[in-house]
Design a protein around this ligand. Structure first.
Ligand code: SF4
Length: 261
């Protein structure tokens, strides 16, 4: 019986691994700037969840399961520098990364600096990003963020949480996306997948992104935060989806309490 269970798990992992492999070529890797790898301090307060030794041990098993299932997990937005990732992150709101990646090559060829975005008329930018949806708000956000970059940061992208949060429309999630992917600063990106899966897996009981960030940072080792952020997003897209979590084929099913609404 035990052997059967092992075989079932192995086959489940292989199925998920096969699905997890990216079919398209890798996104360009952003050149890493030398930045002191300070951890992003989460917003004030401690974790809401009780971090017990058992929870930490389960977290380590989840890390292992996700690592095996998604060894190549990475940011699925294409970018080559911090400004491009900022713009891609704004465009990705209520839109798939794949759709954003269709729009950004032409955009990034045309707009090289924050000043380029500031100089362009709103209606031109609006048309260029129209297919990503919510193009009026996204145009406003891109222009406002770039205007702030020009006026307060000399046209350069900042590399700290505090400074990134000064950009209009940039919250902790977007700031962490940039810090993690461009500057290699350890942090937990709380996107819709992290929010949903942290609750289903019993690592947080909160629906508040700041609290989830604190819970995950308190439970998982800092050395795993970046990879964990990518792997949770991949797992949320490929297996533990919002509508239909595929618990039968989930590589971490044995370590998940499956707290599904
Ligand atoms: S076992 Fe189910 S609820 Fe838990 S992570 Fe896997 S798919 Fe999601």
């Amino acid at each position: 019986m035990k052997r059967k269970a092992t075989q079932k798990k192995t086959s489940r992992q292989e199925t998920t691994r096969a699905r997890a492999r990216p079919a398209r070529k890798r996104a360009p890797v952003a050149p890493k700037r030398k930045v002191a790898a300070k951890r992003t301090s989460s917003s004030k307060g401690g974790p809401a969840v009780a971090v017990t030794p058992d929870l930490r041990r389960r977290a380590l098993r989840v890390i292992d399961g996700l690592k095996e299932a998604y060894p190549d997990a990475r940011c699925e937005l294409d970018f080559t520098n911090a400004l491009e990732l900022l713009v891609a992150t704004i465009l990705a709101a209520q839109c798939t990364d794949a759709r954003v990646n269709l729009v950004t090559p032409a955009l990034f060829r045309k707009y090289r600096t924050p000043q380029d975005y500031v100089n362009t008329p709103d209606d031109v930018l609006r048309d260029e990003i129209r297919s990503t949806g919510f193009f009026n708000n996204k145009t406003k956000s891109i222009k406002a963020a770039c205007r702030t970059l020009v006026e307060r940061f000399g046209g350069r992208m900042p590399s700290t949480m505090e400074a990134l949060l000064q950009l209009p429309g940039v919250g902790r999630k977007s700031a962490n996306v940039i810090l993690v992917n461009v500057y290699g600063v350890p942090g937990v990106v709380v996107d819709t997948h992290m929010l949903r899966l942290s609750n289903r897996m019993g690592f947080s009981t909160s629906r508040d992104a700041d609290e989830v960030e604190r819970d995950m940072m308190a439970t998982f080792p800092g050395s795993e935060w970046i990879a964990l952020s990518h792997r949770i997003a991949w797992h949320g897209r490929r297996c533990c989806t919002a509508r239909k979590p595929n618990c039968d084929e989930c590589p971490i099913a044995d370590d998940c309490p499956k707290l599904i609404d």
